[in-house]
Design a protein. Structure first.
Length: 520
């Protein structure tokens, strides 16, 4: 449909026709965002190692309780415009003006609402000190709303490099510098509050500096309707996803207390780090990339299957190592006073694949616009987490973790069902993509278990020694197998990803390589 005289298309690097080399774009985006996630992960681990020794589980629990509420409200604030601006097939300047206006308005209104209800939240959770914490954290909402449009436009234009750098810098300064400094100075739980506010503030400043856009505040009725149509379904599903991913926290703090929440959150965050590193990064890359080729279902099906295979190759061997080395991981990262984290951490580690892989299915369904079909699945997931958590809390943190594991498995299957149906991929092909990952997990588990057992019981090494020797020894065994490169080890999808990754690296360093085929 031609544009009318009053409609102005927004300048963007995304053309109506798909770029000639989308696989390379996806590899570049994944590498950029992965580098940012790696730095973010290292900063998080380093900061956590320091903060866990300076703060108590109750301090972590108090801030986590505040973030439960802020994250819920943030879903509405962030979901008002960002995803719709990324997904819209024909973005116009009026969309940007409208999006910026409702983003600012939404951030301000939600901040005010949160400020008013803070005392009631403190009363419900039986913690009067939560009011001041929650009101301080509420400032994150208007700060995030300022940068929401800039963030969306960067993602739409596939500018992964700037996004990765912004993420690295904001996390390094927010958590690594501000949070640790306040903790060392005796700030207690306010170190965590300062870390969150510092990270969000710097992230917004850098986004606005990198992606300049019109700051005109004007709402156009047609564009508002188009944005809200997508955002409504997105927010509905996102709220369900929030209830699922945070519902176990709510159950824990309500029935088991703030200290238990601090312990459980550490276990969950340790399990979720791989999902952030791989699953969230792939989601950031795939959602805008697939949205641009949403009519090319065969290409999307191939990309989806290969991403599922890649996640399985990463997550299943990692789960095997975590199950074996959980006591050492907790002791090295958190210290001896956190040993109660080990049992729920081991249970949750079984769900690493399900927690990571479902994001691939989720990004595909959003890219294809199936936001309402996605929403009821998210609410089913939430019901299983909350309902199962209420039952499981009778057996303590392990019971809550077991309920979450069951919910993760069900959600993994539900989102895969929707994704495979949308791209006409059979269940046989879908599960076949996991075979190489399961094989790799078995190959990693055997030497890992042998080395860990010997270093613990025979050599009597400390936790750091057991962790280091086991990881190095297992890595050498795996490297030897990869050097031999037997076709059965990685499978067809794994070999494809290795070939394309190697070709991409050769081109980036100036060497000639085979042309990339296929679309992702």
């Amino acid at each position: 449909m031609p544009l009318s005289g009053g409609e102005r298309p927004i300048a963007t690097s995304v053309s109506a026709e798909p770029p000639p080399n989308r696989t390379e774009q996806a590899f570049a985006g994944w590498l950029w965002l992965s580098s940012g996630a790696v730095v973010q992960g290292l900063v998080t681990v380093g900061s956590l190692a320091v903060l866990a020794r300076l703060l108590s589980p109750a301090d972590f629990g108090a801030v986590s309780a505040g973030m439960l509420v802020v994250n819920l409200v943030s879903i509405v604030s962030q979901g008002l415009v960002g995803p719709a601006l990324v997904q819209h097939p024909r973005l116009r300047l009026e969309h940007v003006h409208t999006g910026f206006a409702i983003s600012l308005l939404g951030g301000a209104v939600l901040f005010g609402a949160l400020w008013v209800v803070a005392p009631a939240v403190g009363l419900v959770l039986h913690f009067a000190g939560l009011v001041a914490v929650l009101r301080a954290l509420a400032w994150m909402l208007p700060l995030q709303s300022l940068g929401a449009v800039a963030d969306a436009l960067l993602r739409r234009d596939l500018e992964y490099g700037p996004l990765a750098r912004i993420r690295m810098v904001s996390y390094a300064i927010g958590y690594g510098a501000i949070g640790v400094t306040v903790a060392v100075l005796g700030g207690g739980l306010w170190a965590l509050v300062a870390a969150n506010l510092g990270q969000v503030s710097l992230n917004t400043i850098l986004l606005l500096k990198r992606k300049r856009h019109s700051k005109l505040i004007r709402i156009s009725r047609r564009e508002l309707g188009e944005l809200v149509s997508f955002a409504g379904g997105f927010c509905l599903g996102k709220v369900g996803n929030y209830a699922a991913t945070e519902g176990d926290y709510l159950v824990t703090v309500k029935w088991l207390g703030l200290t238990a929440l601090g312990l459980y959150e550490r276990a969950y965050q340790l399990m979720a780090m791989p999902a952030i590193l791989v699953g969230q990064v792939l989601d950031d890359v795939l959602f805008p990339a697939m949205a641009q080729i949403q009519t090319q279902r065969d290409s999307i099906a191939n990309a989806y299957r290969r991403c599922v295979a890649a996640v399985a190759l990463f997550a299943l061997p990692l789960s095997a190592l975590v199950l074996i080395l959980a006591p050492e991981i907790v002791n090295v990262l958190l210290g001896p006073k956190w040993d109660q984290v080990v049992p729920p951490f081991r249970v949750l580690a079984l769900g690493t694949l399900f927690r990571t892989s479902y994001k691939i299915s989720d990004s595909l369904t959003r890219a294809l616009g199936a936001v309402y079909q996605r929403a009821w699945r998210q609410w089913t997931y939430a019901g299983l987490v909350v309902g199962g958590g209420i039952i499981g809390q009778q057996w303590g943190l392990q019971g809550v973790a077991a309920a979450v594991l069951l919910a993760l498995i069900v959600n993994f299957l539900l989102t895969a069902h929707l994704a495979t149906r949308l791209v006409s991929l059979s269940w046989a092909d879908y599960f076949r993509a996991h075979v190489a990952g399961a094989r790799a997990a078995a190959l990693v588990a055997f030497p890992g278990l042998v080395i860990a057992t010997v270093t613990r019981t025979v050599l009597g090494l400390p936790s750091a020694g057991v962790l280091l020797v086991t990881l190095v020894g297992t890595g050498l065994v795996v490297a030897a197998l990869l050097t031999a490169n037997p076709p059965w080890l990685l499978g067809a999808d794994g070999q494809y990803l290795v070939r394309e990754g190697a070709a991409f690296v050769r081109r980036r360093v100036g060497r000639s390589g085979p042309p990339v085929r296929g679309v992702i």
